[in-house]
Design a protein around this ligand. Structure first.
Ligand code: ASP
Length: 329
């Protein structure tokens, strides 16, 4: 029994160039992170540490993440009980979801990070790393897909969001709540959402070549940024108002785009679903669906973008994309 630990950088691994110096940059290795965690030795599973990347999470990419997931899958094939990935928190809601969509194993793949760097009082990295390792080692966490363990909570990658720029309680799953908690170091799961089959493996070159856009709708939006978008992008996610609404002036712009590329409708609110058949005005959810937009369901705009890019890279047609959003959304 062992746990593979992949470190990618982020605040959890940041320190000043000199002692106590600011600003901080990624400097610490996996060995440094592990050495800072009292209690890891009592886990009963040795950590197999791999320093994969040392970047702020803004510099992660689909390609880099897919390589990490492949290496994590290989670690499981080679006998690891579970896998922990440490990275910056800024993009974690996207990377963990991307990993969740393609993770084929029953073994837990657990993402974590930190909001306070190791030079600050009350740094949360050591506790989060210990929590993630405990989840990765737990038989109860098998078959749950990719998880996020932060602040003694366990979240499903498919629902988790970063909700605050500085709080250590930033991660939340607004539509569902956490799947469980760590209580006195024990993994306590409260619910087990059904696992969805992994998407087929994606060809990295096709993924690189597939480009999708996100447009957040704002008051008085006439959609000028969307001009000629279908020539530049293969798909579009629209983060609409409330339950999936846009100004009436934007509706024809979106229907023209939907004739050429898949356009997925989500809500910019941060929680709740896009509706399907409640409102009837021009620019409402029923109008936009009639114009060919696909309903993103409960997926927030960022997660919808990840799913859309993977589907397009795999060559999915409009029906397959609609079906996938009905399943995941
Ligand atoms: N900017 C940092 C990053 O995402 C923030 C963090 O790690 O929490 O890399």
């Amino acid at each position: 029994m062992s746990i593979a630990l992949f470190t990618l950088g982020g605040t959890i691994a940041m320190a000043g160039v000199g002692p106590g110096e600011r600003p901080v940059v990624t400097r610490l290795t996996g060995a440094d992170l592990v050495a800072a965690v009292p209690g890891l030795a009592g886990l009963g599973a040795p950590l197999d540490v791999r320093d994969a990347l040392a970047v702020p999470s803004a510099d992660l990419s689909y390609r880099r993440l897919i390589d990490v997931v492949a290496a994590a899958a290989q670690a499981v094939t080679d006998g690891a009980t579970g896998v922990v990935v440490t990275q910056g928190t800024d993009t974690l809601e996207e990377t963990a979801f991307l990993a969740d969509l393609i993770w084929p194993h029953a073994a837990p793949l657990v993402f974590t990070g930190a909001m306070r760097n190791p030079t600050l009082a009350g740094a949360d990295g050591p506790a989060n790393l210990l929590a993630a390792a405990r989840v990765a080692a737990s038989p109860d966490a098998r078959d749950l897909g990719v998880l996020v363990a932060v602040n003694d909570q366990i979240h499903a990658a498919r629902w988790v969001r970063k909700t605050h720029s500085t709080s250590t309680a930033t991660f939340a799953s607004p539509n569902a709540g956490p799947l469980g908690h760590l209580v006195e170091g024990r993994v306590r799961l409260l619910t087990r959402p059904p696992r969805r089959p992994a998407l087929p493996p994606v060809d990295p070159a096709r993924l690189d070549a597939t480009r999708v856009a996100l447009h957040t709708v704002t008051l008085d939006d006439d959609g000028w940024q969307l001009d000629g978008l279908a020539e530049r992008r293969h798909g579009l996610v629209v983060a609409g108002f409330g339950v999936g609404h846009v100004p009436s002036a934007l509706a024809p712009v979106l229907s023209a785009l939907a004739e050429g590329i898949p356009v997925v409708l989500t809500s910019r609110t941060g929680a709740g679903a896009v509706l399907r058949h409640t409102y009837g005005a021009v620019g409402s959810e029923t109008d936009l669906q009639r114009r060919g937009l696909l309903n993103g369901g409960l997926l927030d705009p960022y997660k919808a973008l990840v799913l859309l890019r993977l589907l397009l890279a795999a060559g999915a047609d409009r029906d397959a994309i609609a079906e996938a959003f009905a399943r995941h959304g």
